[in-house]
Design a protein around this ligand. Sequence first.
Ligand SMILES: C[S@@+](CC[C@H](N)C(=O)[O-])C[C@H]1O[C@@H](n2cnc3c(N)ncnc32)[C@H](O)[C@@H]1O
Length: 556
Amino acid sequence: MQIDSTHPNKPSLVVSQYDAEGQSISYPLEMEEISVDPTFEAHPPYESCPPINQSMRFIVHEAATFIPYGDEENFPVMEYLDQFQSFAWEKDFDPDSEMIQIETIRRLTNKHKMSINQIERIRIFPKLLRETYNEGLLWERFQRDFLRWPGGTEDDIEEACEEPAVDDLRARLSSVLATFCPNLNCLRTLCTTHPHPQSGSFGGGRPEVTNQSMRLSEGWPCGEECFRLSDESFVDKVHWENKSDLETLKIILSISPNLFPCQLADLCFKPCREVFVQRSSIFPDHMVYDDGPAGDDGPAGIRNNKTKRKAQKPRLIFEEKNDHSKFVPLEPCNHKGPCEKERCECCRRKRHCQLACRCGTRCDRQYRGCECKRCTFNCPCIENRRECLPGICEKCDARGATDHPCANTKLQRNDAKAVEIRRAKYGLGAFAAQDMEPDDFIGDYVGRMLAISDIEILDPVIKYNGRNYFFEFSKENVDEMLDAGPIGNATRFLNHTTAELANCVAQILLVNGEHHIGFYTTKAVACGEELLLCYGDTYWLADKGDENHQAIEGAD
Ligand SMILES: C[S@@+](CC[C@H](N)C(=O)[O-])C[C@H]1O[C@@H](n2cnc3c(N)ncnc32)[C@H](O)[C@@H]1O
């Protein structure tokens, strides 16, 4: 672009073309002036926000990952950067050295046929190759695009990670467990949100259900060949010729030793009664009796356990008033046998065990779900602010097997109404894109989970742009907050109004062992109406000079 000295107010564009010798020819480009419609309004400002379907944990304070509003003069960039010790890109990471190490692994595996474990043992690298399922050189390499290495092909790197053979079920399952998060809500690879001690291992342990108690358990036969319909005389008639069938069953049992024969039959493609006989020889009943002290009630069964427990102490779990609105993340317990005070966080914090806890079916603290046919306000799950659990709350159809699944499972099924984001009175806003009934689900408020100390660091950013996406879980838990500023979904656009005018509310619910913030309508909302939430009394205090960190209040 050049300024034409004869018309200084009229910029003109001059194009220069160069030939191979560096000679150029320049010529002006005709420019047409387009006048902007004076009614045209600029788009409301907004933060770029990659969509996510699940909240993520973030640590902000260690190093500055980027400079916000770096090219805007009014942003107090030095005040912001002073709070960090370093820049993330200054950290001790040398891509060249990583590349050399990965290339070495590739050659050792491909040319010298060494396994990853053998390479690990010779300790030639500064870092372990597989420290845990989400740490180590190989894991780190997959976090970024790999620079091409002359003489090496990128595809070979995949081989260095030892893709298990197609028919090697055990190895394939191990590698899947090392890659996929075992959390029921999470389908992401190499998840860092739910680091889990059991990741990457089978760890099914010993069975806790005897074959006899399976036989005596409640339930309908799964078909004509169900184990429930066969007797002892059938035992001698079962011979599996193909050894790999038995191996498959053993592998499945090593992951999940308490699966019922009807479920195993589906997984093994074998008749249920044959699977039962094989299971009985792999796990004879004495294995269960020998495991831990023999109580009066003998070994527990998955289903008959429910009835026994009822007779002993009905609704034990619901008698304790657990307040799940206080967000305290609880690691799944990792011990054999029922939870006991001395050894278990579930007891110490008066929480139900999570699905991922390994205390087994005998544990009293395991949540047993509800037995309602239709979940209403006196449903124990709703009372305890939980969504019903597929596979546990079966009568209400939490599993969603019919056309009318339980209404208390909307969040986990993402049964959300359509929302449109557009210009509103205060920046952007969320509008109903279809008619809505009271108690319809709008979405799961997701973002990054921040420690409160990190939130202070973001003060200059929020003061500067005037948009605050913090959500507090409860008044009691002031250590953590959710921030939908840099990552989130459409729920971050719900604007504030008074409690009387609001047509939506936020509910904190426990879903498959995790706390979620669901947004629901409180009244009928017509298509095109703005969805509005009451952020709570404290949210706007900052405007009145209060320097505390304000956030949308978690509903009780
Ligand atoms: C969670 S965001 C809501 C979405 C936001 N309007 C946007 O454009 O991204 C909260 C921010 O929206 C604005 N806001 C929401 N409701 C408001 C209201 N009733 N009055 C003034 N500003 C409001 C404020 O800037 C507030 O920090």
